[in-house]
Write a protein that binds this ligand. Structure first.
Ligand code: PLP
Length: 422
C-alpha cells in the first residue's frame, strides 16, 4: 500500500461483519482460559494483551499503522511527546552515561535534557547541528550512548541534515533518535535517511485537531545493539527473568525493551480512546499537510514582503538557508504550516501584533487545523535565559505562527489588520 492508502487501511483491516472503523477496546484488562496462557504472555513468548498499560488492541492497531508510515519494525504510543522522548532516552542510557543533542529543539525537550536528565545522572551535551564534523566529533565521549535531534525544529524551524548527523552518530557506533513531529512521516521519513529511532508528539499534526495529547516511538529495526556499547540489550535483564532482548526480539529489540521495561515501570501509556482520536487524525494527514504547507508558503511570502517585518523563517522560502535541505528531505519541498517571524519593532511589536489577531488564535499549541500563534519567550520557552533562547533559535522577539487549513485569504486579512497596529 502507498502512503495515503496506509493512513486509512494500515493497522486495522476489518473482517467479515466487523466494525468498519477501528473499535475502541475500552478495557483495562483481558480474560484468559488458563494460567499457561497468561504465563506465555508474561514471558513475551506469545503475542497478546493482558493489561492496557502494556498493550491494547486499539493502541496496537495505531502503533502498527504508524510503524508502517515511518518505515519501522514497530512502534509504541505514549501519553505525550515528552513521554516518548523520555522513554527513548531511558531505554538506551542510564545514570552515569551521556547523550548528545542538537540545541535547536523544542523548549520542553531542552529543559528535560538540561535539567531533569542531569538530576537523574544522565548528562547531555548540546551541539550546533551545523557545526563542522570535527567540532561535533569532539562532543563524543566513551560513555555517550545516543544522539538526539529534531527534523524541523520547534520553534527555530532549522532543518536537520539527517544523513550527515546519522553518519556521524554511526561512525561512533551510536544510534540517532529524531523528533519528527513537525514534518510527520508524510513530509519526511527520517529512517530512509539513516535515523534509527523516530519520536513524535502526536499531539501536533498527526492528531491535527487538537483533541488528544500523545506521543509515539518508532523503531527502525536497523541499529546494531550488539556492537559492545549496549550490554543491557545483549545480557540477561534481571527485571524480566533473564530475557536477552537482541536474542529474543532481534531487529525489534529496542521497541520491545522500551515497552517491557520502561512502559512497564513508568506507566505513561496512551488510552484506547486517545489512540482512536489519533487514528481519525492520521486518516486525513496527507490532505492536511499539503494544505498547511501551501497556505504557509503563501503567508511566508506575504510576510517577507511586509514593511513591518524584519525577518521570516520558513524553509519553503527560496531565501531560506535551509531551502536546499527542504528539497532534499521534505516531500516535494513541502515544509508544514509552521513559520516564525520577527517584527522590526522587536518583542513589543510582536506582542501588540499577537494581541490584535482575531481569526488566528493565541494558543499554547501548534500544528492543528486552525491557525494559531504564540510568543515562545513568554510561554513555552519562558524558563530559558536569553542566551538559551538564542541557542534554541527563539530570540525574545520571535513570533511563531502555525498556519491552518482555512481559506488563505482570511488568514492574510487577519494578519494584515493586526500588523497595522504593530
Ligand atoms: N516535540 C516537539 C517538536 C514538540 O513541539 C512538542 C510539544 O510542543 C513535544 C515534543 C512535546 O510533546 P507533548 O506536548 O505531546 O508532550
Amino acid at each position: 500500500m502507498k502512503f495515503s492508502t496506509q493512513t486509512i487501511h494500515g493497522g486495522y483491516q476489518p473482517g467479515n461483519g466487523e466494525p468498519s472503523q477501528l473499535p475502541i477496546a475500552q478495557s483495562t484488562t483481558f480474560k484468559y482460559d488458563s494460567t499457561a496462557d497468561v504465563a506465555a504472555l508474561f514471558d513475551l513468548s506469545k503475542a497478546g494483551f493482558f493489561y492496557t498499560r502494556l498493550g491494547n488492541p486499539t493502541t496496537d492497531a495505531v502503533e502498527r499503522k504508524l510503524a508502517a508510515l515511518e518505515g519501522g519494525v514497530g512502534a509504541m504510543l505514549t501519553s505525550s511527546g515528552m513521554a516518548a522522548t523520555l522513554i527513548t532516552i531511558l531505554t538506551i542510557a542510564k545514570c552515569g552515561e551521556h547523550v548528545i543533542s542538537t540545541s535547536s529543539i523544542y523548549g520542553g525537550t531542552f529543559n528535560l535534557f538540561a535539567v531533569t536528565l542531569k538530576r537523574m545522572g544522565i548528562e547531555v551535551t548540546f551541539i550546533d547541528q551545523n557545526a563542522d564534523d570535527a567540532t561535533i566529533n569532539a562532543a563524543f565521549r566513551d560513555n555517550t550512548r545516543l544522539v538526539f535531534a529534531e527534523t524541523l525544529a520547534n520553534p527555530a524551524l532549522d532543518l536537520l541534515d539527517i544523513s550527515r548527523i546519522a553518519r556521524i552518530a554511526h561512525e561512533h557506533g551510536l544510534p540517532l533518535a529524531i523528533d519528527n513531529t513537525f514534518p510527520t512521516p508524510y513530509l519526511c521519513r527520517p529512517i530512509e535517511f539513516g535515523a534509527d529511532i523516530v519520536v513524535h508528539s502526536t499531539t501536533k499534526y498527526l492528531d491535527g485537531h487538537g483533541v488528544q495529547v500523545g506521543g509515539a516511538i518508532v523503531d527502525s529495526g536497523k541499529f546494531n545493539w550488539s556492537n559492545g556499547k549496549f550490554p543491557e540489550f545483549t545480557t540477561p535483564d534481571p527485571s524480566y527473568h533473564g530475557l536477552v532482548y537482541v536474542d529474543a526480539f532481534h531487529e525489534a529489540a529496542f521497541i520491545v525493551k522500551a515497552r517491557a521495561q520502561m512502559m512497564r515501570d513508568l506507566g505513561c501509556s496512551q488510552t484506547a480512546q486517545g489512540a482512536f482520536y489519533l487514528n481519525l487524525g492520521i486518516e486525513t494527514l496527507p490532505l492536511r499537510m499539503e494544505r498547511h504547507s501551501r497556505n504557509a508558503l503563501e503567508v511566508a511570502r506575504y510576510l517577507e514582503r511586509h514593511p513591518k517585518v524584519q525577518s521570516v523563517k520558513y524553509p519553503g522560502l527560496e531565501s531560506s538557508p535551509d531551502h536546499a535541505l527542504a528539497q532534499k528531505y521534505l516531500r516535494e519541498g513541502m515544509c508544514s504550516g509552521v513559520l516564525s517571524l520577527i517584527l522590526k519593532g522587536g518583542r513589543e511589536a510582536g506582542v501588540v501584533f499577537i494581541d490584535h489577531l482575531k481569526l488566528v488564535r493565541l494558543e499554547v499549541h501548534v500544528a492543528e487545523v486552525a491557525s494559531c500563534t504564540l510568543h515562545p519567550a513568554s510561554s513555552t520557552h519562558r524558563q530559558l535565559t536569553d542566551e538559551q533562547l538564542e541557542a534554541a533559535g527563539a530570540p525574545a522577539g520571535l513570533v511563531r505562527l502555525s498556519v491552518g487549513i482555512e481559506d488563505v485569504e482570511d488568514i492574510l486579512a487577519d494578519l494584515e489588520q493586526a500588523l497595522s497596529f504593530a
